[in-house]
Design a protein. Structure first.
Lengths: 215, 222
């Protein structure tokens, strides 16, 4: 049997954390890209696009992330893709994040006075230019606190991918726990690591919230 | 290729799925009641005269909000037995869910309490009500009315997150799905059906709360 000292446990967990961080980053970037498209659908002039956007958001916000991950994991192979836990985790979290980001940004867009659209139109901008030059920069600026807040939620959500077999922090912890039988220490340390990742972001979100004047 | 969907297993599985859904509803019902009671206490403690109490609640809220629910669940179910606290899976699940939800609802309830104008309490005191009566009869109902939508959302988020308690073998909806797909080998179809049931549950809970809220707290609840 292999002996684990306390520092061995810490070292292994810290090493595994890079996968948690990487997955969070990939899901956030992917979620932002997909989320932007959902946002465009959600605020489109076309009724069926708006319907699609709000249906998409309601679907992802109204079902458990764990089920979404399972559907990715078991559903994609049916479409003929060879899928590994990493792909299922990254795709699942990307779609999950896109729904939340789109909804937050939509709130930002709708919080802007309608005069901003009118002003853009009176300058002769067409709709896409209005969005790019006038609306979105302001919407992104006022929604920065909730976006950072959602990033915290996303980092915490990566723990669920351990269930579909992705080797991140929590799955590594499960393996170490099976070897050491020290669940109190192991899961306590996992909590500490997640706290160290998330707490600064939470504080940052709070700081932004204080700095940005309410509309 | 050529995979065809098959829902033939559904007829025999309906009982198990219904049983799982009932367990999920039971868990969230317990959590809602306990969680809201605790968060009223904690929100009051956060505004008390005692600095220690204020600090303790603040630390609790930060720790829970900055760690994943699944880790909290594992810590409670697997970690606590090594210091002599052994819990039944269902008890562990309700404890973890309650502690998790209360960290969020404490903030919400607190914001509601702060939103009630000071004059309301002062007026009640002037009428000769005792402090507890002022809190329960004057402040709390007004605060609840303001925060009701936020509370409903939090309950639904917790209901959806409760799917992970399947990992400590509580036989709720997600766990029934795990068992079913292991038996039928129809993984995608099983999780698809169960996901739709979660969606229906979250819509039903919202309707139920809005209707109940209108009746108890009066009009203007959305």
């Amino acid at each position: 049997m292999i002996e684990f000292t306390f520092w061995d446990i810490v070292r292994n967990l810290v090493f595994a954390t890079r996968w948690t961080v990487l997955l969070s980053a990939v899901a956030f970037a992917g979620g932002a890209a997909v989320g932007l498209m959902i946002l465009f659908a959600r605020i489109s002039k076309q009724k069926w696009l708006r319907r699609f956007g709000s249906g998409y958001i309601a679907l992802f916000q109204g079902t458990p992330l764990l089920m979404q991950l399972f559907l990715m994991f078991f559903g994609l192979p049916m479409l003929g893709f060879r899928i590994e836990p990493w792909t299922a985790a990254a795709l699942g979290l990307t779609f999950y994040a896109s729904a939340y980001l789109a909804e937050i940004w939509r709130g930002g867009v709708e919080a802007l006075p309608l005069g901003q659209w009118d002003a853009g139109a009176s300058l002769g901008l067409h709709r896409l230019q209005e969005l790019r030059l006038v609306i979105l920069p302001q919407a992104f600026a006022i929604t920065r606190p909730p976006i950072v807040g959602f990033l915290v939620q996303l980092i915490k959500s990566t723990a669920l991918t351990s269930i579909i077999g992705f080797e991140e922090l929590l799955r590594t912890a499960n393996a170490i726990n099976n070897a050491t039988f020290e669940p109190f220490t192991v899961y306590g340390l996992v909590a500490v690591i997640f706290f160290v990742l998330c707490y600064p972001l939470t504080q940052y979100a709070r700081m932004l919230e204080r700095k940005i004047p309410a509309h | 290729m050529g995979y065809s969907l098959d829902f033939g297993w559904l007829r025999d599985a309906a009982g198990a799925i219904a049983h799982g859904a009932a367990m999920t509803l039971f868990l969230i019902a317990c959590t809602t009641v306990l969680g809201i009671l605790i968060s009223i206490l904690f929100a009051a403690a956060r505004r008390s005269r005692y600095g220690v109490l204020r600090k303790a609640v603040a630390v609790y809220v930060e720790v829970i909000r900055n760690t994943p629910f699944l880790v909290q669940l594992f810590f409670i179910y697997f970690g606590l037995p090594s210091i002599g606290i052994r819990l039944d899976p269902i008890v562990a699940a309700i404890l973890a869910m309650t502690l998790n939800m209360a960290a969020y609802t404490t903030e919400i309830v607190g914001a509601g309490l702060d939103a009630v104008p000071k004059g309301q309490g002062e007026a009640a005191y002037a009428l000769g009500l005792r402090p507890r009566q002022v809190f329960v009869k004057i402040i709390l109902p007004q605060a609840l009315k303001v925060i009701f939508p936020a509370l409903i959302s939090q309950v639904i988020i917790m209901m959806l997150e409760s799917a992970v308690v399947s990992q400590i073998a509580v036989r709720e909806l997600a766990h029934e799905a795990d068992l079913l797909q292991a038996r039928t080998f129809r993984s995608f179809e099983t999780y698809f059906v169960v996901t739709l049931i979660y969606l229906a549950l979250s819509m039903a809970i919202r309707r139920l709360f809005v209707a109940g809220g209108r009746r108890v707290l009066g009009a203007g609840v959305s």
